[in-house]
Design a protein around this ligand. Structure first.
Ligand code: PLP
Length: 397
């Protein structure tokens, strides 16, 4: 690999395209002849205005963002947006009016498919909201003790969605990075009453496939997996949800400026100093994605990478145990177990000897996790699967 690099299968921050890093390297000392680093440039300069403007324009093209949606570059990560989604929606005119009609606080529906959607729900509870778990994992009664797991989704017919007139929004996480569970957007969008806005956390599968933005109320995504370095968070929000009923002072008073979508929208994402470097790198990644042929091409690649790994898992189910329901297997984060924890430790150590790193499952789950984001070339997946095969040959009975 160039520059002594390794195959980095981290769940995030994760690998970036080498051509992007090379351009960053050139711009680090002297940004395109301006005599200063990209990191040293004022966010109020003409040059930087063009950088952030181009980043937004390219993103709008590749994602086909309709004109009635705002694109915001914010800070605070996915976690910041757990709070922001709730606080902004409850400060919106639409929710204020609905609450006035109902005469009490609306609830909000959370589909709990894993740790990250649960994190969104917990944040709402912490802020005094009324989150309703539409479901919380899959409850299995097949054993003596009922158990809850996050390897699948319960059938739509069993979801306990609130009544539309009592619900502010429905929230879900489309790719649970830790559990390796990913679902098609339509599964949720088709189940929800069209009058209720759907908020989606796409932190770990954003830009990996085309999305029909027009069906969402808002999409939130930390950049550090598929889009760029940590530090910037993307929000795409339908503009009518930014309208406020200024008489509803309480909801607005609870909303800090740094999480206020409308405040960012009005100031072109720069009401205060933005994470200039991270946004600049994201802009280069968006351009890179466009040059690859856009999201249809990136989708084909993501399916090809994931298929290689899942085929290997399925070929040796006695050795590689994939716990996720095949219908909801993630193409971005593939989790599996080996027969013993000792073999898993050996797997990580042997992989490292072949420059294949960051395969350890999340600390809450253990096992192996291989993350295959946009910037991972197909060769990376081929290399990993060749290692799986060799390890299998050496260690299976
Ligand atoms: N949502 C998802 C799907 C994630 O994978 C993560 C982090 O890995 C988060 C939210 C939290 O993001 P952050 O660490 O940027 O707060």
């Amino acid at each position: 690999l160039p520059y002594g690099r390794v195959w980095n299968f981290a769940a995030g921050p994760s690998t970036l395209p080498v051509s992007v890093l090379e351009e960053v390297q050139r711009d680090l000392l002297n940004y395109k002849g301006h005599g200063m680093s990209i990191m040293e440039m004022s966010h109020r300069s003409k040059e930087y205005g063009k950088i952030i403007g181009d980043a937004e324009a390219t993103l709008r093209r590749i994602l086909n963002v309709p004109d009635n949606y705002s694109v915001l570059f914010m800070q605070g990560g996915g976690t910041g947006e757990f709070a922001a989604a709730y606080l902004n929606l409850f400060a919106s005119k639409a929710v204020s009016e609905k609450q006035r009609r109902l005469g009490r606080q609306l609830s909000c529906d959370y589909l709990v498919t894993g740790k990250w959607s649960k994190g969104g729900l917990k944040e709402v509870a912490r802020l005094g909201g009324k989150p309703n778990a539409v479901f919380d994992g899959v409850v299995s009664n097949t054993e003596a003790e009922p158990s809850v797991s996050y390897g699948s989704l319960p059938p739509v017919s069993s979801w306990k969605l609130g009544r539309p007139e009592e619900t502010a929004f429905v929230y879900y996480c489309e790719n649970e990075t830790i559990h390796g569970v990913e679902m098609p957007s339509d599964l949720v969008l088709d189940a929800v009453d069209p009058s209720v806005p759907v908020i989606c956390d796409m932190s770990s599968n954003m830009l990996s496939r085309p999305v029909d933005i027009s069906r969402f109320g808002a999409i939130i995504a930390g950049a550090q997996k598929n889009m760029g370095p940590a530090g910037v968070t993307l929000v795409i929000v339908r503009k009518d949800l930014l309208e406020r009923d200024d008489s509803d002072k309480e909801a607005i008073q609870r909303l800090p400026s740094v999480l206020d979508w409308r405040y960012f929208d009005k100031a072109g994402s720069m009401p205060h100093t933005p994470p200039t470097f991270s946004i600049y790198v994201c802009g280069l990644v968006f351009k890179w994605a466009e040059e690859q042929g856009g999201l249809e091409v990136l989708q084909k690649l993501r399916e090809a990478r994931a298929k290689l790994v899942y085929n290997m898992i399925d070929a040796h189910p006695d050795f590689f145990h994939g716990p996720v329901d095949k219908r909801y297997r993630s193409a971005m984060n593939i989790v599996f177990n080996l027969p013993t924890p000792e073999l898993e430790a050996q797997f990580l150590a042997d992989a490292a000897k072949r420059n294949i790193i960051q395969l350890k499952g999340h600390r809450s789950l253990g096992g192996i996790r291989v993350s295959l984001y946009n910037a991972m070339p197909l060769e990376g997946a081929i290399e990993f699967v060749a290692f799986m095969k060799d390890f299998y040959n050496e260690h299976h009975n």
